[in-house]
Design a protein around this ligand. Structure first.
Ligand SMILES: [Zn+2]
Ligand SMILES: [Zn+2]
Length: 173
């Protein structure tokens, strides 16, 4: 009996230390989870009351608060939402620009050369290949014609077709 009592007495400080360590670890985890929730909600909402609520939830309910927060938090981060609205805006503008006249905003087809309502020039035909090109382009993307020459042929690295002889080759002697 004496021996067992001795062992328990010897173990007590070790057990106390272990308990303290586990306690400190749990508190640290809880603090980390609160910090994580704070940073997470800040990336998802600008609303201070929403931020306070989310942090309060995780603070008041250690560990259970995290899955709750993940259920309740806004699905998209602010960056994702911003990107999405930007994308939608581009898409909308693209569709609008393509299908309406820039002058009178009436519907047009994408291959119209001029607006049938207000006669605004929309596109032009390339003088070289006759394909429809944008008025703002300085060179035809199809054949390389820039109004004077077909610039593709003067680019370095472009191997031009062999020049056809105008005279027949000299007869061999
Ligand atoms: Zn028009
Ligand atoms: Zn062309």
């Amino acid at each position: 009996m004496e021996a067992i009592q001795d062992i328990v007495n010897n173990l007590r400080p070790i057990l106390t230390l272990l308990g303290l360590l586990i306690g400190a670890y749990v508190v640290l985890l809880w603090a980390a989870s609160v910090l994580w929730a704070y940073r997470d909600i800040r990336s998802r909402s600008d609303d201070v009351s929403v931020q306070v609520l989310a942090v309060g939830l995780v603070l008041a309910m250690p560990f259970i608060g995290i899955p709750l927060h993940m259920l309740l938090r806004p699905r998209q981060t602010l960056a994702e939402r911003y990107e999405r609205t930007l994308e939608e805006e581009y898409l909308r503008r693209d569709i609008e620009e393509k299908n309406t006249c820039p002058a009178c905003h009436r519907p047009i087809e994408s291959d119209f050369l001029l607006c049938p309502y207000c006669h605004t020039a929309l596109r032009r035909n390339c003088a070289s290949c006759q394909r429809v090109v944008d008025l703002t382009w300085s060179v035809c993307p199809y054949c390389g014609y820039d109004g004077n020459t077909i610039i593709l042929h003067s680019m370095p690295g472009y191997a031009p077709e062999p020049v056809r002889r105008t005279r027949p080759p000299e007869t061999q002697q």
